[in-house]
Design a protein around this ligand. Structure first.
Ligand SMILES: Cc1cc2nc3c(=O)[nH]c(=O)nc-3n(C[C@H](O)[C@H](O)[C@H](O)COP(=O)(O)OP(=O)(O)OC[C@H]3O[C@@H](n4cnc5c(N)ncnc54)[C@H](O)[C@@H]3O)c2cc1C
Length: 509
């Protein structure tokens, strides 16, 4: 049996038969099996947009050829009597708990929010009645922050290939489309994420794991460099090793961890707003036509930099998506983006953010608690009366004018016409103006969209002092992983960081 890996270009609306014919023609063979290794859209030339596929072909009609090695995560199992407690059921916490359970630990996953079905009902109620539910919203609840998201599975880190392969395989077992294994820009959509989150929990429980919902961990009891137990809304929780994967929205968690001796430092982060356009405008600008058979919706990724200025870039672009009210607490107002698997809403949105370092902007050293307070206050200032999003057209924002001509929006709780320069810190607003002018030159019609709300959750603004696996400095059994640790951002890198913590626990306990 021989093996070849080939690159094939196909029209955007190709089907499986045309792919097979192309393989037959390229390799001059009739019988074979194939596995798509990579699939990406090449839209560099608008009149020649096509898919580019890397296909692994196995056939008796081929001789020789070497299969590429794939990294596999090996989780060593041992029967153990130690109890591991994981706090937070987002990607980092879930994968940490799942890995620990596979490694033989008695594992408890503790989550402040509700299970994903009840959480969905609470979010629907919020969007219908403008009535916010504490601990069960876009930020908190089973599955973590990205459960109701576009579910983009891209990650820039190259050092996590074994973890990433394990995450994608586990997602596929839980019902994710198989294409996530080979698309260069894979995404799940909120509809798949909802089903998968429930299935992942069942897979964990079937292996003997336990999940406790509606359980807010409110403190740690510390002695001799160890966490002895946790305090929670449901009472004291005992354990031998504790892994916090509470994300970057859980401000009270940061505060009690810091109070109990966990050390943090400031890090660079980014702040801005979301922009929204009609998807057809983005399709036209990127493809030269309003729709393209075989491709869902056009994406963009934009960056703008200038000497001695803050870098500005687009982040978490959601084609065919919706801008959502992503507040974790009732007195703050922030936005984020999501989409369904088909990405078929008439709107495209993305965060446009400026990268900042608070200490260099405020020109003095600041304590991590002060940074948190700074951000909290900013998030509160966007909660003007309720969860409507302050907004204007991008053109108005650039000119500093107020035409009141806001475009239609997918944002479910309504927009208030507002000059965002009055709400954003001046250095952010200044940088966004420069970036948005630049983007309006790069992407035709960009200035025609809306700019709305505050985007403050691209990554954590503080970072814990820990070793590479997540073990917090000065503690022997406290791991801090995922986005809240300040070492990861996004679904894949946070899940991978959770796995790293759990693999270290499997090794060391
Ligand atoms: C609307 C939206 C869209 C997004 N879209 C994408 C995307 O398309 N692709 C992407 O890669 N990333 C996306 N993200 C970011 C991504 O969701 C996060 O990077 C990722 O979820 C971080 O994982 P985590 O497990 O570290 O933390 P989180 O997902 O934040 O999970 C933390 C969990 O801990 C729980 N928790 C917090 N404090 C406590 C406590 N004290 N006691 C008990 N439980 C607690 C929370 O309820 C939560 O479930 C999106 C985020 C949002 C909000």
């Amino acid at each position: 049996m021989g093996f070849r890996e080939i690159l094939i270009k196909l029209p955007t609306d190709y089907d499986d038969d045309s792919l097979n014919r192309e393989i037959e023609k390229t390799l001059n063979i009739k019988r074979f099996t194939k596995v798509i290794g990579k699939k990406s859209l090449d839209a560099r030339k608008k009149n020649k947009i096509h898919w580019q596929l890397k296909v692994a072909v196995t056939s008796n009609e081929l001789a020789g050829g070497e299969r590429p090695q794939t990294s596999i995560l090996k989780i060593p199992y041992k029967k153990r009597d130690k109890k591991a407690v994981v706090i937070g059921s987002g990607p980092a916490g879930f994968f940490a708990a799942y890995t620990l359970q596979k490694g033989g630990f008695k594992t408890i996953l503790v989550e402040r929010g509700k299970d994903v079905i009840q959480r969905k009902a609470d979010i629907d109620f919020f969007e219908r009645e403008n009535s916010f539910t504490e601990n069960s919203n876009y930020a908190f609840g089973e599955g973590g922050a990205g459960t109701f998201s576009d579910g983009k599975l891209t990650s820039r880190t190259k050092k996590i290939s074994a973890e990433k392969a394990f995450i994608l395989q586990t997602y596929i077992e839980a019902g994710a489309p198989e294409e996530i294994a080979y698309m260069t820009h894979p995404h799940l959509g909120s509809d798949n994420l909802l089903i998968m989150t429930e299935n992942l929990r069942k897979m964990f429980i079937d292996r003997g794991g336990s999940v406790i919902f509606d359980c807010l961990v409110s403190d740690i009891n510390v002695g001799s460099g160890k966490v002895k137990s946790l305090e929670s809304s449901l009472g004291t929780i005992e354990g031998d090793v504790f892994l916090f994967a509470t994300g970057h929205s859980s401000y009270e968690t940061y505060k009690y961890l810091i109070k109990k001796g966990v050390q943090y430092r400031n890090k660079n982060f980014a702040i801005g707003s979301r922009v929204e356009h009609h998807q057809e405008l983005i399709n036209e600008a990127q493809w030269g036509c309003t729709s393209l058979k075989g491709v869902k919706a056009a994406e963009y990724r934009l960056t703008s930099s200038a000497d001695n200025e803050l870098p500005v870039y687009s982040f978490c672009m959601c084609p065919g998506g919706k801008v959502v009210p992503a507040a974790p607490y009732k007195d703050v107002n922030i936005v984020n983006g999501m989409s369904l698997y088909n990405r078929n809403s008439p709107f495209a949105n993305a965060a446009i953010v400026a990268g900042i370092n608070l200490e260099s902007i405020l020109k003095r050293p600041i304590d991590p608690l002060e940074s948190l307070e700074w951000l909290e206050k900013l998030e509160q200032s966007f909660h003007i009366e309720d969860f409507r999003a302050p907004a204007s057209t991008i053109e108005d924002f650039l000119r500093g004018s107020n035409s009141g001509n806001i475009q239609n929006s997918s944002y479910p709780l309504g927009l208030i016409n507002y000059n965002l320069s009055e709400l954003l810190p001046p250095f952010v607003s200044h940088a966004l103006k420069r970036g948005l002018s630049d983007f309006s030159r790069k992407l035709k019609g960009f200035e025609k969209g809306n700019i709305l709300g505050l985007e403050s959750k691209t990554s954590a603004l503080i970072q814990v002092h820990r070793n590479k696996d997540g073990l917090a400095d000065r503690f022997s059994n406290l791991y801090i992983n995922g986005e809240g640790s300040g070492y990861s951002g996004g679904i894949i890198s946070s899940a991978a960081d959770g796995i790293k913590g759990s693999m270290a626990i499997i090794r060391d306990f």
